[in-house]
Design a protein around this ligand. Structure first.
Ligand code: SAM
Length: 194
């Protein structure tokens, strides 16, 4: 228990430091709470062989919830822009595919894996889409559409809790949407399908 608390404080400190360096990109002052991470992880694909693509994993709060929920580490591909955070994630999840890169290049990054990953059963995104323009968010959504299995899901959280639809998601079908109050700040998790 004490070890868990120390690890949580260390992650929060690291996160805050990265936010001070680049608030726009980091997008939050603290990692997601266990409640928010669990709300995201509920939407794993049923097929255990499916790949799951995580965008903006940060210090791994949502990543850990995905693994806890049953996702095999070797089926997880995570794209994190911040090299310091990606290095930490590689230590924490040694069997996962942790890519230091830009989520906007996700299609190319999946193709570049050896062997290439043609599609994924879910995209779990913590990207701070509100810090990007509508056009940028729509470009990302188009990339997500191009790699998502026909029945795959795109799970996205936002701090703009009054809106059900995330920026850029207009062309997707909204499957579910819930507010998670126990997070700093409260967040809305929305789930989309093609
Ligand atoms: C709001 S934080 C979420 C972190 C973590 N998933 C959580 O919920 O605690 C957003 C994360 O997205 C990353 N990020 C921002 N822009 C990115 C991009 N273009 N490509 C990949 N990651 C990006 C940031 O570095 C940060 O780690």
């Amino acid at each position: 228990m004490a070890r868990k608390i120390i690890a949580a404080i260390a992650d929060s400190t690291l996160f805050l430091r990265e936010w001070l360096v680049n608030p726009q990109r980091t997008g939050a002052v603290a990692p997601s709470s266990p409640k928010l991470a669990a709300a995201m992880a509920r939407w794993l694909p049923r097929d255990p062989e499916s790949y799951v693509l995580e965008l903006g994993p940060g210090t791994g709060a949502v990543t850990a919830a995905l693994i806890k929920r049953g996702l095999r580490e070797d089926r997880l591909v995570a794209i994190e822009h911040n090299a310091t955070l990606a290095k930490l994630l590689r230590k924490r999840f040694p069997h996962a595919h942790i890519i230091t890169g830009d989520a906007w290049h996700l299609d190319q990054l999946l193709r570049d894996r050896v062997p290439p990953i043609p599609s994924v059963g879910a995209v779990i995104s913590s990207l701070p889409l509100l810090n990007f323009s509508k056009e940028e968010a729509e470009a990302l959504a188009a990339k997500i559409r191009s790699v998502l299995d026909p029945r795959g899901r795109w799970v996205q959280y936002t701090y703009q809790i009054s809106k059900h639809r995330s920026r850029g998601a207009d062309d997707f079908r909204l499957l579910a949407s819930q507010i998670v109050w126990l997070n700093l700040p409260p967040a809305r998790v929305s789930v989309y399908q093609k």
